[in-house]
Design a protein around this ligand. Structure first.
Ligand code: DGL
Length: 276
């Protein structure tokens, strides 16, 4: 799979905006010596309310953009794009491609001894029913509740994760959940709401964040293929956003708790772009 790539090439990470930084954080922790190219499609966020047709097109354009940067692997950090767009690029992407749905589903199943689970995500991701389909394909006897939580993304981006408004939204969406073993946080932003969600569903429910499992999968794959970057120091992260880079900087700080250095505006989708 990695035959035409080089260990020193960066790993591409794609998200609809800043949310994918929760996944990048875990990738960075698992793979500190790797360089990354992160593309956040901030001009078109939120994907969570878009049609499948739009999300497929955006995903194809994002993958093409990252490939121009000679990435050796690509992670689709966005749950909505993983659910609706990944399939459309899986056979045409010439480097290993990782999504967040499968590892999330696997982690969820492993934490559900009595087979009762819930999945939280954006409206489009939940409507696609991809998570339920994958869970039932592996475990047909499972009981799966899926809930779209459209207010969670703007609440996080406004910095209101601990505000009473977040608590009210969590109670509104999750108040009806009963007797589940585990809940999959199937959206990049939801780990930031972890405490609020845990309060709403009670302490005995396991909350599953796929990012760690995704990072472990990518690390294993690079290791197996002898494609790990062997540089001595910490790798560099190059950020691209398709809209205002100052806004990206400000929001990114909320996700990473540290400033980002190398950021450029990505050319609008479909337009020719230059290499790094
Ligand atoms: N990144 C998206 C996801 O994980 C959330 C934000 C959006 O709706 O674009 O589904």
């Amino acid at each position: 799979m990695y035959t035409q790539t080089h260990a020193r090439d960066p790993i591409g990470v794609f998200d609809s905006g800043v949310g994918g930084l929760t996944v990048l954080k875990e990738l960075r922790r698992a793979l500190p010596h790797e360089d990354f190219v992160y593309f956040g499609d901030t001009a078109r966020v939120p994907y969570g309310e878009k049609s499948k047709e739009a999300i497929v097109r955006y995903t194809q354009e994002a993958i093409a953009f990252l490939l121009q940067h000679r990435v050796k692997a690509i992670v689709i950090a966005c749950h909505t794009a993983s659910a609706l767009g990944l399939e459309s690029v899986i056979t045409t992407t010439p480097v290993p491609l990782f999504g967040v749905v499968e590892p999330g589903v696997a982690a969820l199943i492993s934490e559900a001894p009595s087979g009762r689970v819930a999945v939280l995500g954006t409206a489009s991701a939940i409507q696609s029913d991809v998570h339920r389909t994958q869970i039932l394909a592996r475990c047909p006897a499972f009981s799966v509740t899926t809930i779209a939580c459209p207010l969670f993304v703007p609440i996080v981006e406004e910095g209101l994760a601990e505000h009473p408004i977040a608590v009210s939204a969590a109670e509104l969406y999750l108040g009806g959940i009963r007797d589940v073993d585990a809940i999959l946080l199937a959206c990049t932003h939801y780990p930031i709401l972890r405490q609020t969600i845990q309060m709403a569903v009670g302490p005995n429910v396991a909350l599953i964040e796929p990012a760690k499992a995704v990072a472990a999968e990518v690390a294993l794959s690079l290791c197996d293929s002898r494609c790990l970057n062997s540089q001595a120091g910490e790798g560099t992260i190059f950020y691209y956003a398709s809209d205002d880079i100052e806004k990206f900087r400000r929001l990114a700080f909320k996700f990473l708790d540290r400033p980002i250095e190398h950021i450029k505006k990505a050319p609008l989708a479909g337009r020719p772009t230059t290499k790094r």
